[in-house]
Design a protein around this ligand. Structure first.
Ligand code: 13P
Ligand code: SF4
Length: 358
């Protein structure tokens, strides 16, 4: 299906509006709240204080690309890391610091603790969770597994420690296709949870027999194919970069699909002057540093792709504020604890992922 045919097929999706597609796209771009592509002047004093505290106390700050630019820059300058969820896990393990601060969401802090049980792991907010994690309660998930005992259980990293403890494998979006390809080649049938969009993307790439849990990311599922096509009409030379938690109609339009780190690498390799980016807008900070001469355009979200209700902004990642980070560091609060019995079981599935591709 070419772009024109896809646009027609998607016509039925359109919400009624008197605005032209061009106006809708421009309105979307103007509605995206200003996200500084660098730390603001207000951050400077706090940044200085945080930098000193991190270095003096030998603390590693491990930040995800979706956190605010000040936190990302601080993580890098203080010897920590900004990365996708797989590299966050690996970094926590190899860091010599005995105190890790994970600026991200709950599953990232828990994974760090599972891998490094002897280190202390703190998070700026205890409430920062993830719709995929919330949408896959351990008790229901166990029932799902019990009802399908012939399947190898593979869970996305965006799950609780208790769900990981019931899994055979944990994967992140950066290696999901490779792991499922491997399991398929071993003749395994897969039970997959929780993201149905990532699951069906992996299924399409590998042809594996996969039974999918019905979960989704509230941020990525809002990206709209029609909105992306409208944007492409205005920027015909743009390449489309999509995180695989997005709906398949959006993935089908992509020039590249991958994890956050992989999207940044792809942005560097692509010759296009503009890049339409379908993932959380926090990624723009590092992506713009990687491609200073390219124009980055956030893919449209709500409705016909123009009204922008979420604007690719994860509400839980946004809980990682500078004030909370300072508070967490000075009072050493919000420590992550994982029941050792659960952690021991979850580690088996996490280690399979870490050992799969060193
Ligand atoms: P990555 O592993 O690509 O960083 O994804 C984590 C995530 O939560 C995406 O929404
Ligand atoms: Fe979870 Fe989506 Fe937020 Fe990522 S962006 S942490 S998948 S809710």
């Amino acid at each position: 299906m070419d772009v024109g045919e896809l646009a027609m097929a998607l016509d039925s999706d359109r919400v009624s509006s008197n605005m032209s597609p061009r106006e809708l796209v421009l309105r979307h771009l103007s509605h995206i709240p200003t996200l500084g592509l660098k730390p603001t002047a207000d951050d400077v004093g706090t940044l200085e204080q945080l930098r000193e505290l991190l270095t003096d106390n030998n603390v590693s700050l491990i930040a995800h690309y979706y956190t605010n630019p000040a936190i990302q820059s601080l993580a890098e300058e203080s010897g920590g890391i900004v990365s996708d969820s797989l590299e966050m896990a690996r970094f926590g393990q190899r860091s010599e610091s005995q105190l890790l601060i994970v600026a991200g969401v709950a599953f990232m802090g828990e994974t760090a603790k599972i891998i490094s049980p002897n280190k202390r792991v703190l998070m700026p907010s205890h409430d920062a969770t993830c719709s995929l994690d919330i949408g896959c309660p351990a008790s229901q998930f166990e029932e799902f597994c019990d009802n399908n005992p012939d399947r190898t259980v593979v869970v996305y990293a965006n799950t609780s420690a208790a769900v990981k403890a019931r899994a055979d494998w944990v994967v992140t979006s950066s290696i999901a296709v490779e792991v499922i390809e491997y399991l398929d080649s071993q003749g395994k049938k897969i039970l997959w949870a929780p993201d149905r969009y990532l699951g069906s993307y992996v299924q399409g790439k590998t042809g594996a027999d996969m039974l999918l849990w019905d979960g989704s990311c509230v941020v990525h599922e809002e990206f709209k194919a029609q909105g992306v096509l409208n944007m492409l009409n205005i920027y015909p030379d743009a390449a489309i970069l999509v995180h695989p938690e997005s709906p398949s109609v959006v993935i089908d339009l992509a020039d590249f699909v991958g994890s956050t780190s992989q999207l940044i690498s792809a942005a560097k390799k692509m010759p296009n002057p503009q890049l339409i980016v379908a993932t959380d807008r926090g990624i723009l900070y590092k992506m713009q540093q990687a491609v200073p001469n390219k124009q980055l355009l956030m893919a449209p979200t709500a409705g016909n792709g123009a009204t922008c209700s979420s604007c690719g902004d994860c509400p839980w990642m946004a809980m990682n504020t500078m004030d909370r980070l300072l508070d967490c560091l000075t009072s050493e609060k919000n420590e992550v604890h994982v029941d050792p019995h659960i952690a021991e079981k979850a580690l088996v599935a996490v280690n399979r992922m870490l050992d799969f591709k060193k």
